[in-house]
Design a protein around this ligand. Structure first.
Ligand code: NAD
Length: 275
């Protein structure tokens, strides 16, 4: 069977579960080979099993400055190229603004801005050299960067000043890089998700924690906010991870070659902030 992404190599961060896992699976289903990155090595193994031999796992904390470079190196070592980069890894550390700590702010900036920045910078030589080689041979080949943001970043959300500021910063990076890398035919876009059913949006009692050093950060949202969420979404419910992955996938295919420097909202029609 031929797939639209045959011969393409992708990196997907945060691929152990949720949107990242669904994205890795969808890219692989359509022919790509995927370097899957996540903090959670055990869960990541399950993702790679889903890919049926079309992927490898790199376990590590992406906020470690060495890890983004390791990921790019692994893509080259394993597959000899890199064509698609999906910056998806993330979590939330909510709190009301007047009680928010510096640590809460910097943690969100680290994972949602600094990590994509470092990964893109590590990938830059590989992506740019490939683009220049193609151009020298008279070939126009599009490569793809998709940065995962949130309508919390584009519209605001109560309790997420840190998260929305970090996602909004990633929008700025997306738009600037689109201008710098456009001549190289590297599409740089962002996808702004609304409500997607993952552990980040599970009821607080069910969501579990994100373990960061000796800290356990509560994930999820209050049950009452969850119940109200559907009413704000014209499609009447949150997205499944597979539906969210569809939004990322579109921006990884040739059909989006002229979509560039955009924030594509994938939120079931939701057009206001989340609370
Ligand atoms: N779920 C939603 O409603 C929603 C809405 C808007 C945006 N998003 C964004 O989508 C992305 C994926 O979220 P999800 O809902 O699938 O959450 P998830 O918790 O299901 O998956 C996120 C993955 O990222 C990994 N990760 C987090 N920090 C990491 C680090 N330092 N190093 C390596 N891996 C790390 C986690 O281990 C986890 O496996 C995030 O960037 C999130 O902010 C989600």
């Amino acid at each position: 069977m031929t797939g639209i992404l045959d011969g393409r190599v992708a990196i997907v961060t945060g691929a152990a579960r949720g949107i990242g896992q669904a994205t890795a699976a969808l890219l692989a289903e359509h022919g790509a080979r995927v370097v899957c990155a996540d903090l959670d090595g055990d869960a990541l193994k399950q993702t790679v099993e889903l890919l049926g031999g079309r992927g490898v796992a790199v376990a590590g904390d992406l906020t470690d400055p060495a890890v983004p470079q390791e990921l790019v190196a692994r893509a080259i070592e394993e597959y000899g190229q890199l064509d698609i980069l999906v910056n998806n890894a993330g979590y939330t550390w909510d709190g009301i603004f007047h009680k928010m700590t510096d640590e809460q702010l910097t943690a969100m900036l680290d994972i949602h801005l600094v990590v994509p920045f470092r990964l893109l910078r590590a990938a830059a030589p590989v992506l740019r050299e490939a683009a220049k080689r193609d151009a020298a041979q008279g070939r126009e080949v599009f490569r793809k960067v998709v940065n995962v943001v949130s309508i919390s970043g584009t519209m605001g959300n109560v309790g997420q000043a840190n998260y929305s500021a970090a996602k909004s910063a990633l929008v700025g990076l997306t738009k600037t890089l689109a201008k710098e890398w456009g001549p190289l035919k590297i599409n740089v876009n962002a996808v702004a998700f609304g409500f997607v059913e993952t552990r980040l949006t599970a009821a607080t009692a069910d969501a579990g924690t994100f373990d960061r050093g000796d800290r356990q950060i509560q994930l999820g949202i209050p049950a009452q906010i969850r119940e109200q969420a559907a009413a704000r979404i014209p499609l009447g419910r949150g997205a499944t991870p597979a539906e969210a992955a569809g939004g990322i996938f579109l921006l990884c295919t040739p059909w989006s070659n002229f979509v560039h420097g955009q924030v594509v909202t994938v939120a079931g029609g939701q057009s206001e902030g989340m609370s």
